[in-house]
Design a protein around this ligand. Structure first.
Ligand code: ATR
Length: 276
């Protein structure tokens, strides 16, 4: 019997680590999973998804720039996908209904709390950025019961609008970078500034030695944001590789009902032994 077929779909896609991560999960769990990468034409995401499922595909991960289109395409959304406004995981149920899930926020929270033993419950959390990446993590972050979440963005009005959409019984406010005050236990960088080697202008007083910095980006080098956090006396700065592996594990669990171990997969990726 042939393996069940899964894929990541994006544009471009050749850089994606997902095929490697899911192959490692399949080998580790013994699940009969074959996982490939599909580059969809920019103007035919929907057709590409339909053809994949028509030829028997079981599930897709969706990445840039199609997460919002996947949200619109899904017949049914999970609560996490609903509030994220974006879908990174698609699958069909027994009735043929297309489900959209978003595992990014759960992946982030698991990386923080399980892998790095960071306490969110009762703590002040600062989130930098107000784009799609940040929108995707807010509901799972609030579910971890922080004392307060401040969303700061270059364009303050976007942070204010995003903050206004959440009513979880936990104070969530939006502002510009210049209006961020007080010390935070956790600062999550969800801007794309690191991609340009850039750093949001932040007041050093928001960091103390107990502050944990988390950059949702990752790379071979320490990101500009994590370098800045460490320079301000913070003990820890974590990059987003763990979030990548954890969101993949959540997708795998969603499709297969089996939760893979992530530590060995993360170690393999850090070694570079798994880059293809
Ligand atoms: P993504 O899907 O990665 O979130 P996005 O929706 O385009 O991408 O959002 C990018 C985020 O990074 C935004 O919050 C953006 O700030 P603006 O809303 O003011 O545009 C932020 N960003 C991008 N480049 C930045 C930079 N050089 N400094 C600070 N913030 C930056």
């Amino acid at each position: 019997m042939s393996d069940d077929l899964y894929a990541v779909i994006g544009h471009p896609i050749s850089h994606s680590k997902s095929p490697r991560i899911h192959s490692l999960f399949a080998a580790q769990t013994g699940e009969p999973v074959e996982y490939t990468a599909i580059q969809a034409p920019l103007d035919d995401f929907e057709g590409t998804v339909q053809r994949f499922f028509e030829r028997g595909g079981k599930g897709l991960n969706v990445t840039v720039p199609f997460k919002e289109q996947a949200w619109k395409l899904a017949d049914q959304l999970t609560p996490a996908a609903e509030s994220a406004g974006a879908v990174n995981t698609l699958f069909r149920d027994a009735d043929g209904k297309l489900w959209g899930e978003n595992t990014d926020g759960t992946g982030l929270v698991r990386d923080l709390t399980v892998n790095h033993d960071v306490t969110i419950n009762g703590r002040r959390v600062l989130v930098l950025g107000a784009g799609g990446a940040v929108r995707g993590i807010l509901a799972p972050l609030l579910a971890a019961q922080p004392a307060e979440v401040v969303i700061a963005n270059r364009t303050a009005s976007k942070a204010e609008a995003l903050a206004a959409g959440f009513d979880a019984g936990i104070p969530v406010t939006g502002c510009g970078f210049a209006d961020v005050h007080g010390v935070f236990a956790l600062i999550i960088n969800g801007t794309s500034a690191s991609l340009q080697g850039d750093l949001p202008p932040l007041d050093p007083a928001i960091v103390d030695p107990a502050t944990v910095g988390y950059d949702m980006m990752y790379g071979a080098e320490v990101t500009p944001f994590n370098g800045w956090v460490l320079d301000q006396s913070a003990a820890r700065a974590i990059d987003g590789l763990g979030m990548l592996v954890e969101q993949a594990a959540e997708s795998f669990y969603c499709w297969r009902g089996v939760r893979p171990q992530t530590a060995t997969v993360m170690a393999a990726l850090r070694d570079g032994t798994s880059d293809t």
